[in-house]
Write a protein that binds this ligand. Structure first.
Ligand code: AMP
Length: 181
């Protein structure tokens, strides 16, 4: 399959800004428009795969829900197993759980207790890094399973929310970065 050379401005233009979603004042980065464009979607996956090719890891852990799209495609392309990090109450077998703070209240993520062999090196994947709370909870789930985070990979980073800071100590990789809303 031939994939055109990656133009990051082109990728950026395929991501739609939706103001005031899911609430007033948030500009939502909508990747559904990128997914509709086969060339750009494939180029985004190719860029992500290229960037992690030199990192040694055993499994990809993808964060619900949009992380599943990129995580599954990369797991297929790089021949890695795929672990699902899900919202509470969705996984059927015994789970580890991490609770994390939101602006108002808390949320949590879960992973099956038997998803990883202890000592695994895991690449975490999500579509977007905002404040970093979700990704940090994902890192802690991997560590609860006695495994190591090899890197945390995002298609998009909202730099102005400083998620990297909360993820200090982890290798944080993003393909497209926005420094202002
Ligand atoms: P955070 O925990 O603040 O880093 O939020 C990350 C999660 O929320 C990711 O799974 C994103 O898909 C989603 N998210 C947060 N902010 C946005 C935004 N402005 N546009 C799209 N998705 C977002």
């Amino acid at each position: 399959m031939s994939v055109p050379k990656i133009d990051f401005n082109d990728l950026r233009s395929a991501i739609r800004d939706v103001p005031d979603f899911p609430k007033q004042g948030i500009v939502f980065k909508d990747i559904t428009t990128l997914l509709l464009d086969t060339d750009k979607f494939h180029a985004a996956l190719e860029a992500m795969a290229d960037r992690i090719r030199t990192i040694s890891f055993d499994a990809i852990a993808a964060i619900e829900a949009r992380g599943f799209i990129f995580g599954a495609a990369l797991a297929r392309q790089l021949n890695k197993s795929l672990v699902l990090i899900r919202k509470p109450g969705k996984l059927p077998a015994a789970t580890f759980r991490e609770i994390y703070e939101l602006e108002y209240g808390t949320d949590s993520v879960e992973m099956h207790r038997d998803a990883l062999t202890p000592g695994s090196r895991v690449l975490i994947v999500d579509d977007l890094l905002a404040t970093g709370g979700t990704a940090l909870a994902a890192c802690r789930l991997i560590e609860q399973a006695q495994s190591d985070v090899a890197a945390v990979l995002f298609l998009i980073e909202l730099q102005f929310l400083d998620g990297r800071n909360i993820l200090k100590g982890y290798d944080v990789i993003s393909m497209i970065s926005y420094d202002a809303e």
